[in-house]
Design a protein around this ligand. Structure first.
Ligand code: GLN
Length: 261
């Protein structure tokens, strides 16, 4: 079997280490003898390519880079990306990229950046004097049917351990939340919710260690992508996740949350 991973603007949207998510997807394919190709979805990339990949990964970026990306993404590329996600291609979008999938992002300085409007939500930076939302974040995925599918893969509650670093605050309208915050800020530090879930697209403020510390999400993305591509049910072989499990335990201990899992 083979899969292609489309990586949104790797040069402009890799400020926060989200290439870690790409590496995790790639390695977990290779360990299972699944051929994998990484396809940059960049300024030079024709819009058709945005529709030809099996998984999409989008990382975080600084406000300035987000604005450049959004200018490039307008028109045919925006349409292609929308079609891809509406056709249930799985994806993971972190921080700056979900802000671009919403209606708009209002930076602290400069003009409002119009987004794709695919996710019914808006993001605003409250101003340069407002504190950034930085630190470890733990949340439980509650979105349907994702939560149940992840629980089946992992054999336990889908508790995500991550790290966030954002100035923008996101407010959801009709799109469903990805999960409920246990510790950390999440979407806006006010409503106790984190991320968004749309078709098979996961939008989150949790950065590049996301797929390393939460291998069940990586396997869910791979399973969905293979099922879409090969039109049959896929059961992925088990991998040795003992290092990820140890990292999760250590983090929960540090956060005084050992009892939750
Ligand atoms: N520029 C956005 C913010 O500060 C995104 C940051 C990021 O991607 N980490 O909210």
């Amino acid at each position: 079997m083979e899969l292609s991973i489309g990586w949104l603007y790797p040069n402009l949207m890799s400020t926060y280490g989200d290439r870690g998510n790409v590496i995790c997807l790639q390695r977990r394919c290779q360990w299972r003898d699944i051929q994998v190709t990484i396809v940059p979805l960049d300024r030079e990339t024709p819009s058709e390519t945005f529709q030809q990949v099996d998984i999409i990964v989008g990382g975080g970026a600084q406000d300035r880079q987000q604005e450049i990306v959004m200018r490039d993404l307008k028109g045919e590329k925006a349409f292609a990306l929308q079609q891809t996600l509406n056709n249930d291609t799985p994806g993971v979008f972190t921080c700056g990229s979900p802000q671009l999938l919403g209606h708009y992002y209002e930076p602290a300085l400069g003009q409002k950046i119009e987004g794709l409007g695919l996710l019914d939500m808006v993001s605003k930076h409250p101003g340069i004097d407002a504190p950034r939302c930085i630190g470890n974040v733990v949340f439980e995925i509650t979105a349907k049917p994702l939560a149940t599918e992840l629980e089946t893969i992992w054999g336990d509650r889908p508790i995500v351990i991550g790290f966030e670093n954002h100035g923008g605050r996101t407010y959801l309208k009709t799109v469903q939340h990805l999960g409920k915050v246990i510790t950390g800020y999440g979407n806006n530090g006010e409503d106790g919710m984190e991320g968004a879930f749309y078709h098979n697209a996961i939008a989150t403020y949790s950065h590049g260690p996301l797929l390393a510390k939460n291998p069940f999400i990586t396997d869910w993305l791979l399973k969905k992508a293979l099922e879409n591509k090969y039109q049959k049910e896929i059961t992925l072989s088990k991998l040795d996740d003992s290092l990820a499990i140890a990292a999760r335990k250590a983090m929960l201990q540090r956060l005084d949350l050992s009892k939750i899992i």
